[in-house]
Ligand binder design. Structure first.
Ligand SMILES: [Zn+2]
Length: 222
């Protein structure tokens, strides 16, 4: 399977940053296994993932500077790439200047997020929490649709604890739903088996009685 690249990638050879969605695909082939793959395709420069330095470089690109959606995409990637460090057990800030860049990115990203969209409200609340602006975070949390009650509770609790660190956002309710589905699935299978046994039994009984009647009639006719 081909590796899945994010929309924003770079050329491994010349470091040029590219938006895959804006590239024209000339064809697809597996360079390792596809024998019919053209040699010029096989020799084409490979794509690579962007690191934080590349992402900050992307912010300087004219087409990013003049496009709020693109800027939002890049700034989200920056935020997530910093978070990946923590997920991988590294320090959030590897160098001294990292903290300044990270903070600036969070603040700029908040301005770009859509305050009407629940998903982006959650991100805004998390950014404020990461920045230690708990009051602002709670204000945004309270505006999230009540459908996300488990999340509202969780985020509020973290703000009350004055925790700025990355937390895992997964709902216990999701697990409950999964368990329920599993149970329902198990119950469904059992029901089908029992129903099949009953139906087969009934059909056998009907066949048995029909045959008995037919043979009785034949005997009576004789
Ligand atoms: Zn290149």
């Amino acid at each position: 399977m081909l590796p899945e690249f994010p929309n924003l990638t770079k050329c491994k050879k010349c470091d040029t940053i590219l938006w895959l969605s804006e590239m024209k695909a000339i064809g697809t082939c597996d360079v390792w296994w596809d024998e019919e793959c053209k040699s010029e395709w096989k020799n084409a420069d490979r794509a690579d993932f962007l690191d934080i330095t590349d992402l900050f470089r992307a912010l300087e690109m004219d087409n990013v500077k003049n496009d709020k959606d693109k800027e939002k995409d890049v700034r989200l990637q920056i935020w997530w790439t910093f978070n990946d460090r923590v997920r991988e057990g590294e320090k959030l800030f590897a160098q001294e200047k990292d903290e300044v860049l990270w903070k600036q990115n969070c603040q700029m990203l908040i301005k770009l997020l859509d305050t009407k969209d629940d998903n982006q409200k959650i991100m805004t609340a998390e950014l404020y929490r990461n920045l230690g602006e708990f009051k602002k975070s709670i204000k945004v949390i309270n505006s999230i649709d009540k459908e996300y009650n488990w999340l509202i509770k969780k985020l509020t609790a973290e703000c009350k604890k004055r925790n700025t660190l990355l937390i895992e956002l997964n709902s216990d309710t999701d697990e409950e739903v999964e368990n329920f589905d599993e149970k329902a699935g198990g119950f469904g299978r059992d029901t089908i088996i029992i129903a099949t046994i009953i139906i087969v039994g009934l059909i056998s009984l009907i066949i048995f009685f029909v045959f008995r009647r037919i043979s009785k009639k034949r005997r009576d006719n004789k």
